[in-house]
Design a protein around this ligand. Sequence first.
Ligand SMILES: CC(C)(COP(=O)(O)OP(=O)(O)OC[C@H]1O[C@@H](n2cnc3c(N)ncnc32)[C@H](O)[C@@H]1OP(=O)(O)O)[C@@H](O)C(=O)NCCC(=O)NCCS
Length: 176
Amino acid sequence: MFLPTSVTSCRLRPWTPADKPDLVRHANNRHVWRNLTDSFPHPYTEADADDWIAIACKPGRDLHLAVEFAGQVAGGIGAIAGHGLACQTCQFGYWLGEAHWGRGLATAAVQAFVRHVEARRLFARLEARVFEWNPASMRVLEKAGFVREGLMRQSVTKDGQLIDSVMYACIVARTA
Ligand SMILES: CC(C)(COP(=O)(O)OP(=O)(O)OC[C@H]1O[C@@H](n2cnc3c(N)ncnc32)[C@H](O)[C@@H]1OP(=O)(O)O)[C@@H](O)C(=O)NCCC(=O)NCCS
């Protein structure tokens, strides 16, 4: 599966074991870790990369893809499926290596991912929770059509600080 984005040379595709060196190089960065949940390790080791690639390749409703730029992994994007009442909702997230920031790659990747979810009718709702200190990610989501639904006050403890987070969501075509 290769999903083209609007940025030339950028694709979303499944992770493979050969991605390990690029994954460790980009993921082992405090500036990346600081904006993600604590399931994203820091420091990010080769063993963490092995674990991640195994998880990402498991069949199931979760969908985890590599963001490839110019033939190399630049980051990751994915959705964790909800259960029960939230079975049509997914927790959506993404990150890029710092070397790739600021050229529209995340926006293109998010747009391509949403198009894929919509085309395959995978979920009705994608939710993304953004930390208060991350306006770039809020902008990415807004450019990709997500709606800011609300401020969740003092909802996150990250990097030793208790902070607000902002709930963004995108409603896509309903599944049967
Ligand atoms: C957030 C992240 C994905 C953005 O990636 P990116 O490829 O640089 O994003 P894009 O270039 O597509 O868009 C960034 C937008 O934010 C804007 N932006 C950047 N810094 C900003 C700031 N401090 N305040 C406001 N807007 C800002 C840019 O100007 C751009 O908007 P524009 O196109 O209207 O000018 C990337 O920085 C990253 O991976 N960060 C670490 C992990 C992370 O935050 N993941 C998301 C968790 S919710």
